[in-house]
Design a protein around this ligand. Structure first.
Ligand code: HEM
Length: 464
């Protein structure tokens, strides 16, 4: 016999809309409800029953790909007939399969290593900017990390320079992307019927998507007319063939994936870097240990790719940061079609799951599960994410990059970039918080970041 899933009572028409209101971020409201109702609770949203999971044991069941699969985010759904990129496509969409098979090798470790000089180029631009700002000017941390990650993915993916560190105004592509992402976030909170009536907002949403499509189309056309030997993602998509069918990717599918990489490839890494610096600055022992490691392993030499894996403590800092504040904080699942009986349950048979249910894992709350991480699960302790203690974690205990076949394809890219930049910054600067009493507040769009984080940077050594 199964039991009813607990959860707050909803209201007619709006369901649990008001339970998700939080002055800081909707994510906080979801986490708060998990504290009240436990590791699984139900909500009614837009006519759908949503089951929200936050324990490692129950997430482990949800990560069984024979029973549950990714539910693509509806807020990012396009209003046109264009194909979906890797992130938004359904797992049985043939376009997803083709793009996945062609792109997996392009995101492999050797291909990512080959992108290192370009990552370094943009990293150096950030170091120069902060050096010129001097020790008395507060740095808007997330803004500059967003410039860095956006410029890096655009350069590595398609040899395009946004030059965000050299221009006052962001490139129009960036404005269109921000507009589109903001509206996507608003759509998640708003009833669909209200959205359908917002004609001006919807027209702008479609206009922003059209603009991004046209610019990307131009980049593909330009590359086809001016072929290069560069090992970037654009060439991988233009020249790669699907090992199953032998076919190459259509232009509209290439374009959908260019846009996907620009979106998925920058905010998440920018948030990771911002939270990592906040964590280090609020935990001085960790900060000094990280800087000492950079001094010992790299000294004043250039930060080269072969040194990155030797930065064990820094790896721990980034992993622990993504444990406490995974920057893609929610992943959504649904029951695999045809899954019935005990396979359509959670909690070892305790709760029935319906084919129409949307299942959400709160990754951050799950990664703070005290049954695995102990009583100090909320504390920042990079040591627990190093060496054997990291290796010995249960498989579902650390999932900031998602799970299984739909896990993050850009993980190695993000890791190389984040490690390199953190090492370069600790090597060159001493940091302090602009406001030593800064208290974390989350800013949530599709991803999360620390709101209004400012720090100051003092050069450690005279630059040559
Ligand atoms: C998928 C997190 C960086 C491209 C995902 C998923 C997560 C994630 C959790 C799975 C989402 C789901 O199951 O619904 C992160 C984090 C990053 C990061 C935390 C940085 C710290 C990147 C980068 C790129 C990228 C740098 C591209 C260069 C993608 C794509 C997918 C994805 C294309 C969809 C893969 C598929 O379904 O086939 N990411 N990501 N991500 N990520 Fe990332």
């Amino acid at each position: 016999m199964t039991e009813p899933v607990p959860g707050p009572k909803g209201l007619p028409f709006v369901g649990n809309m008001f339970d998700l209101v939080d002055e800081e971020a909707p994510l906080r409201a979801l986490e708060h409800l998990a504290e009240l109702y436990g590791p699984i609770y139900k909500l009614q949203r837009k006519g759908t029953r949503v089951l929200v999971v936050s324990s490692i044991a129950m997430a482990e069941e949800l990560f069984d790909e024979t029973r549950f699969r990714k539910m693509p985010p509806s807020a990012l759904a396009k209003d046109s007939e264009k194909p979906a990129g890797l992130f938004t496509a359904a797992s049985d969409d043939p376009d997803w399969g083709e793009a996945h098979r062609i792109l997996v090798p392009a995101f492999g470790s050797m291909a990512i290593e080959a992108m290192y000089p370009e990552m370094q180029d943009i990293g150096n631009q950030l170091v120069l900017k902060w050096a010129r700002m001097g020790p008395n000017t507060p740095i808007s941390v997330t803004d500059d990390f967003t410039r860095l990650t956006l410029d890096t993915i655009a350069l590595c993916a398609m040899d395009f320079r946004f030059n965000s560190f050299y221009t006052e105004q962001m490139h129009p592509f960036v404005n269109a992307m921000v507009g589109m992402l903001t509206e996507s976030g608003n759509r998640m909170a708003r009833p669909a019927i209200v959205t359908s009536m917002m004609r001006k907002t919807n027209a702008k949403f479609n206009e922003d998507q059209e603009y991004m499509f046209n610019i990307s189309q131009e980049l593909v056309r330009h590359r086809r007319e001016n072929p290069t030997k560069k090992r970037d993602l654009l060439n991988a998509m233009i020249n790669g063939t699907d090992p199953n069918s032998g076919s190459t990717m259509r232009d509209d599918l290439i374009i959908a994936n260019i846009i996907t990489f620009l979106i998925a490839g920058h905010e998440t890494t920018s948030g990771l870097l911002s939270f990592a610096f906040l964590n280090m600055l609020q935990n001085p022992q960790a900060y000094y240990a990280a800087q000492r490691e950079v001094d010992e392993v790299i000294g004043r030499d250039p930060v080269t790719v072969d040194k990155l894996s030797k930065l064990e403590y820094l790896n721990g800092v980034l992993r622990e940061t993504l444990r406490l504040t995974p920057t893609a904080p929610i992943i959504s699942k649904q029951l695999v079609a045809g899954c019935t009986g005990s396979r359509a349950t959670l909690g070892n048979g305790k709760y029935a799951v319906e084919p129409t249910d949307k299942l959400m894992v709160l990754i951050g709350a799950m990664q703070r599960d005290p049954s695995v991480y102990g009583e100090d699960a909320n504390e920042f302790r990079p040591e627990r994410m190093m060496g054997e203690s990291f290796k010995n974690l249960p498989s579902a205990a650390w999932k900031p990059f998602g799970n299984g076949v739909r896990a993050c394809i850009g993980r190695a890219f993000a890791w190389q970039e984040a490690l390199m930049v953190t090492a370069m910054l600790l090597q060159n600067f001493d940091f302090q918080l602009d406001d030593p009493s800064y208290k974390l507040r989350i800013k949530q769009t599709l991803t999360i970041k620390p709101a209004n984080l400012k720090m100051r940077a003092t050069i450690r050594h005279k630059m040559e």
